[in-house]
Design a protein around this ligand. Structure first.
Ligand SMILES: [Mg+2]
Length: 264
């Protein structure tokens, strides 16, 4: 009889799998590490501005990225200003707004696509209405998306409102080439031209990587997992069903896995 709490879809990384990953990493001549930020490298925080990288994380990423064989990517839904402020000095590839912006090497930030954003003016009033009806909810405007964030709201009320809002949005996004991303206590409306899957495929097309690892924690990372070829390692942080091959329990385990790679 299966236990109720079992999540058979992905394998928890045990000693054997860890050894497999470490071996793959060690023998990799061209490695690509794709790391989500919030909920993966740092704990989710009710105040997004507080979820800044600590010293340990900063040092670990620096050590990972200094290896000539490795391309280390932070792939996040955050705005590029945030990533630039905290990681701009490190030799990382930075991806902001779920793939809309890319910074690689000395070239500075470049948009990966230039989707139409006129839809924002049509959708913003609906999001504002739901802010009025949901204490604590707020809108975060990004260059190519609008996010309705309810991390500071009462969970029960806001989850109900989010479902309602999503229902209303479905009508509006149809025929506009827009998608609704359901993140951790956030609904985000963005162009379908932009996704973690598309930017990952683009990066994979640049080099013949023989070690590929991707980690993420929420629905927006399913796109990332889907783009990782079968020989790569897709790792979901936390529980819940996922396209990822493996999972680890939490941020601490995700970081200790990366630490093992640094130490090899
Ligand atoms: Mg995340």
């Amino acid at each position: 009889m299966p236990k109720i709490n079992e999540t058979p879809a992905q394998k928890m990384i045990n000693k054997n799998e860890m050894a497999l990953i470490v071996n793959g990493y060690q023998s990799g001549a061209a490695r690509l590490l794709l790391l989500d930020y919030d909920g993966t490298l740092v704990q989710f925080d009710e105040r997004p501005e507080k979820a800044v990288p600590d010293n340990d994380l900063f040092k670990m990423l620096a050590s990972l990225a200094e290896k000539e064989e490795s391309d280390v990517v932070i792939i996040s839904g955050r705005r590029r200003e945030f990533l630039e402020r905290h990681f701009g000095e490190l030799p990382l590839i930075l991806i902001a707004e779920h793939g809309a912006w890319l910074k690689s090497g000395a070239g500075g930030w470049k948009p990966s696509a230039t989707p139409d954003t006129r839809w924002k003016d049509e959708i913003r009033p609906l999001l504002e209405l739901y802010c009025d009806r949901t204490p604590g909810a707020f809108i975060e405007e990004k260059d190519f998306s609008l996010a309705w964030d309810y991390r500071r709201s009462d969970v029960e009320l806001a989850s109900m409102r989010a479902m309602e809002l999503k229902g209303n949005l479905l009508n509006m996004v149809a025929n506009r080439n827009l998608g609704i991303l359901e993140g951790n206590r956030v609904l985000e409306i963005k162009s379908l031209e932009v996704s973690k899957a598309k930017i990952t495929s683009y990066l994979l097309s640049l080099k013949d990587y023989d070690f590929i690892l991707g980690m993420g924690d929420d629905a927006t990372d399913e796109d990332l997992f889907a783009a990782i070829p079968e020989r790569g390692y897709s790792i979901k942080v936390g529980r819940g069903s996922s396209k990822a091959r493996y999972h680890v329990a939490d941020v601490a385990s995700a970081r200790s896995l990366l630490k093992k790679l640094v130490e090899t």
